[in-house]
Write a new protein. Structure first.
Length: 313
């Protein structure tokens, strides 16, 4: 029987610009109190993004019944058309009148420094959606979204006894230490990168082993160094997969989380699940944008064997 994953998280438009110089050449340190700069950006890409959107997209490519749940603005039509063209579930994409979809404006210089402005828009209304509105959910994830929505959805998953991954990501600064401890107590799994894992420890005054003891698994990604999974009083180190190219790291963490969900939904062991998740991240990094890559399960099986020397199934 096909299982269903409910993906609670943001949808956003990403405007990615490249400044063909270095910010430091145009920002005078002794004049930052009267900062007034303008950057010519001849390179511009507009992409479909958002953590929830990216996770749902990767799960959909794996053939999983992924159900995204998000609030978007009245400008969402092009994104909705894209989702429908990919035959993705749009049942719980709620349009909030009088708002824009979340917008990220990212300018990168030649040193890979970034200046980002983010407008949350309709994300701030994500609490209007309720987990119980989705039918027959087997597993879920609470990824970065509106603050009230993340709190509500985590509680709703826990109250409904639906296992879920808490993925605070860039939303972690919105929460106090006490609120993060509540998330840990409610969640079944937590997925963070190595920087976020340190922030989580600092804000909660809990060690990694203490956090892991409250969960079925604590997953920590380490970029090109792979990842580690803390479960059952052991640490499983996951070797990274080798990407065919290194184009754009944006969205790699979301692809990884899709791999986690797939492994959990198919009862794969943790080592296999972590390796599959890492492989999805490696596939994503070879493409610009977060939803411009394509694959099917047959290709995943081939690449998994190629990278890890063993069959996926």
């Amino acid at each position: 029987m096909l299982k269903t994953a409910l993906i609670c998280g943001s949808y956003a438009f990403d405007s990615i610009m490249v400044f063909h110089d270095q910010f430091k050449n145009h920002i005078l340190p002794d004049k930052v109190h009267i900062l007034n700069v303008s950057f010519l950006v001849p390179t511009l890409r507009k992409e479909f993004g958002g953590c929830g959107g990216n996770i749902a997209y990767n799960l959909h490519l794996l053939g999983v019944n992924s159900v995204p749940m998000a609030t978007v603005g009245e400008d969402f039509t092009p994104y909705m058309n894209w989702m429908e063209s990919q035959h993705m579930n749009t049942t719980h994409i709620k349009v909030i009148k009088g708002t824009y979809t979340g917008q990220a404006f990212i300018t990168t210089d030649m040193d890979d420094n970034q200046i980002t402005a983010f407008h949350p828009g309709a994300m701030s209304e994500s609490h209007q959606n309720k987990v119980i509105d989705a039918n027959a959910v087997d597993i879920g994830i609470v990824s970065p979204d509106g603050r009230d929505g993340m709190i509500a959805h985590a509680k709703q998953f826990a109250d409904s006894n639906i296992p879920f991954i808490f993925d605070p990501g860039q939303g972690m600064p919105m929460f106090s230490g006490a609120e993060l401890i509540t998330f840990i107590e409610q969640a079944t799994y937590i997925a963070v990168n190595d920087y976020e894992s340190q922030m989580l420890q600092d804000k909660t005054n809990l060690s990694l082993s203490e956090i892991a003891s409250m969960l079925k698994a604590l997953i920590i990604t380490k970029g090109a160094k792979g990842s580690e999974i803390h479960t059952n009083n052991e640490i499983i180190n996951i070797d990274p997969a080798t990407p065919s190219a290194t184009q754009d790291p944006t969205g790699c963490g979301d692809a990884y989380r899709a791999g986690l969900l797939y492994g959990l939904m198919n009862n794969l062991d943790w080592k296999t699940t972590g390796q599959l998740a890492g492989l999805l991240g490696a596939i994503k990094i070879a493409h610009l944008g977060t939803q411009n890559h394509q694959f099917d399960l047959a290709e995943i099986e081939r690449l998994y064997q190629q990278n890890y020397g063993e069959p996926l199934f």
